[in-house]
Design a protein around this ligand. Structure first.
Ligand code: NAD
Ligand code: UDP
Length: 395
């Protein structure tokens, strides 16, 4: 069984003041951030995890609360933050397409203003700052696999641009502060990463497919074209039917009746609506390369502690089409889920695979965990989460 929280500080290494660092992790309560916090804490450093809880959760790091080396700070990186630290891992930003598209203006502010604030902080306290950049800066790449020297192919006005261009500006800011202000910088271009603590409603392909397979649902079901209609049908089941004439009337009744439904039921309805929106987008021939989160964390730390200030790809070059990936997950879960195709989403990159030569040569890093091994651990985690949610909804 997967255990996400524990109050056992036994495996924390002791460090004296000379080797112990003070480290700020922005986005520290998120999926990757919380695993990074775990590793830095176990290595005996002082860690400040900063988060605005947009997609992160306190429970991802609550097992460290009470440890004298740990501090959890509720803060938005768009606002300046003042602290004395030696290193800054700047991870704060939504990463899943539905999350970063939810409020594109905020995504841009987080990646630009947030990065300026962290660079300003690094300049003031002379800290080294590492940016969690992304393979998305390559856009829909015309070069395959992607080396760091490739400049990318990004649509500046497409639905992904708030994230892609936000991260591209963040990289430019890093380089400008390095040249002009002599800030010590590291740039990690992270490729698709998965593992425990991914949000149940993360919306990315790994969590979507695993949850569908565990629940025995079709892995690619057409979405409900009209969420209001879906909620309406659910309400109708509960009330035995309310006579209505048009959509406006339905909406008005829904708003009125909604207040009478308890929060747990609302959460369940919204979750079931989201489930119905999960599917393979396009013909499934688009490719991705998936790395397990522990490998990424090792790579981030190796990069931070290197002396290399140019961008470095961190990813697992094992490449799959999304169709193959759906089959692998269905087999590993031993599920009978059907696999169905759906219309392509706008600007979906057709291929993605890292060239990791620079990582090997400059920071001595390469991934150690195969996609299948990582998936088995992640499937255990999601099974456990689904079980916990079931228990919560029965109580
Ligand atoms: P995540 O959504 O789980 O974590 C992001 C964290 O940042 C969350 O805890 C969120 O609440 C926090 N956050 C967002 N906006 C903030 C703000 N304005 N102020 C403070 N905190 C804020 O995502 P993740 O997968 O853990 O990604 C972490 C970083 O790695 C992101 O910068 C992302 O762009 C980058 N990255 C991730 C992947 C991946 O596959 N997971 C791939 C490429 C890049
Ligand atoms: N995808 C899919 N079904 C889903 C979610 C995603 O077919 O339920 C596809 C998506 O179109 C993309 C790939 O899976 O081609 C990876 O998507 P994800 O959102 O995980 O991350 P991306 O690499 O696009 O940022």
């Amino acid at each position: 069984m997967f255990v996400s929280s524990r109050k056992n500080f036994d495996d924390v290494k002791y460090r004296n003041e000379e080797t112990r660092k003070r480290i700020l992790v922005t986005g520290g309560a998120g999926f990757v951030g919380s695993h990074l916090v775990d590793k830095l804490m176990r290595d005996g450093h002082e860690v400040i995890a900063l988060d605005n809880y947009f997609t992160g959760r306190r429970k991802n790091v609550e097992h460290w609360i009470g440890h004298p080396n740990f501090e959890l700070v509720h803060h938005d990186v768009v606002m300046p933050y003042f602290v004395e630290v030696d290193q800054i891992y700047h991870l704060a930003s939504p990463a899943s397409p539905p999350h970063y598209m939810y409020n594109p203006v905020k995504t841009i502010k987080t990646n630009t203003l947030g990065t300026i604030n962290m660079l300003g902080l690094a300049k003031r306290v002379k800290a080294t700052v590492l940016l969690a950049s992304t393979s998305e800066i390559y856009g829909d790449p015309e070069v395959h696999p992607q080396p760091e020297s490739y400049w990318g192919h990004v649509n500046t006005i497409g639905p992904r641009s708030c994230y892609d261009e936000g991260k591209r500006v963040a990289e430019s800011l890093m380089v400008a502060y390095n040249k002009q202000e002599k800030v010590n910088i590291r740039i990690a271009r992270i490729f698709n990463t998965f593992g425990s603590r991914m949000h149940m409603n993360d919306g990315r392909v790994v969590s979507n497919f695993i949850i569908q397979a565990i629940q025995g649902k079709p892995i690619t079901q057409s979405p409900d074209p009209n969420p209001i209609e879906h909620l309406w049908q659910e309400l109708k089941k509960r009330t035995g039917g309310i006579p209505t004439r048009n959509a406006d009337e339905k909406f008005a009744i829904l708003q009125k009746e909604w207040c009478k439904i308890d929060q747990r039921t609302i959460d369940r309805l919204i979750a079931s609506m989201l489930n119905r929106c999960r599917e393979i987008y396009g013909n499934g021939e688009q490719t991705r390369s998936f790395q397990y989160v522990d490998d990424l964390v090792d790579g981030l730390i190796a990069l931070m502690n290197s002396n290399y200030s140019m961008p470095v790809n961190l990813g697992n070059p094992e490449e799959y089409t999304i169709k193959q990936f759906a089959e692998v997950i269905r087999d590993l879960v031993e599920s009978n889920s059907e696999i169905v195709m759906k219309d392509a989403v706008e600007d979906d990159p057709k291929q993605r695979k890292p060239n990791i030569t620079v990582a090997a040569q400059k920071i001595g890093w390469k991934p150690k965990i195969s996609m299948r091994d990582g998936l088995m651990k992640t499937i255990d985690y999601f099974r456990d989460e689904i079980q916990k949610n079931k228990k919560r909804s029965i109580r």
